[in-house]
Design a protein around this ligand. Structure first.
Ligand SMILES: O=P(O)(O)OC[C@H]1O[C@H](OP(=O)(O)OP(=O)(O)O)[C@H](O)[C@@H]1O
Ligand SMILES: O=c1cc[nH]c(=O)[nH]1
Length: 177
């Protein structure tokens, strides 16, 4: 580990801020559905929906999306992707989808996620929320809601840990080996 970038309290504050930003940008929560990308995005999507419930007292539908079969490096990637659950519990057509992920890096996961989503319908809009934007984009993708911009070297790695996986909530900067 090089250093700890965010702790539990920092992450809680970010979730709270982004929840308010989503409500502000969308002038409420009408037609919103939050979809998390497996794995970390799903935990964050649920936390965002809970926070919005606390602010607006509305239940927002939360879905999960596995992008394994939509990746552009399928077949080239050294590690085998673990396929996790996709569950889109509403008709996304004409909805505003808030796509959520933990780290935004090259943008390739988000491209895959948008492709995967479109198989379920034609949303009115897709907005993107990420906990960390570490730069190094390879596709023209940007986030509408960013927890923290962390300029990184290509030789570094951002690791996000979640309580939902039995770890302490934290974001750490690692040196790639
Ligand atoms: O912008 P990109 O270059 O696509 O990188 C970002 C993606 O990388 C991580 O997922 P990873 O593929 O490591 O799988 P994980 O979620 O199982 O850790 C992270 O959760 C993002 O989804
Ligand atoms: O640093 C990175 C890059 C992609 N995905 C991560 O989780 N961390």
């Amino acid at each position: 580990m090089i250093k700890e970038l965010l702790n539990k309290k920092d992450i809680e504050r970010i979730i709270s801020r982004i929840a308010h930003e989503i409500i502000e940008k969308n002038k409420g929560t009408e037609g919103i559905c939050i979809v998390g990308i497996q794995r970390g995005g799903v935990y964050l999507a649920k936390r965002l929906a809970n926070k919005i419930k606390g602010i607006e007292n509305v239940d927002i539908t939360v879905g999960s999306l596995d992008i394994s079969f939509y990746r552009d490096d399928i077949g080239i990637r050294k590690e085998q992707s673990i396929v996790r659950k996709t569950d889109i519990p509403c008709d996304i057509t004409d909805k505003k989808i808030i796509l959520v992920d933990d780290v935004l890096f090259t943008g390739r996961s988000i491209r895959a996620a948008m492709d995967a989503l479109m198989d379920f319908g034609r949303p009115a809009q897709i907005q993107l929320a990420v906990l960390i934007d570490r730069g190094h984009r390879e596709l023209p993708i940007r986030a509408d809601y960013v927890g923290k911009n962390i300029p990184t070297s290509i030789l570094e790695n951002i690791e996000v840990q979640f309580e939902e996986e039995g770890l302490e909530d934290k974001v750490i900067l690692m040196q790639n080996v």
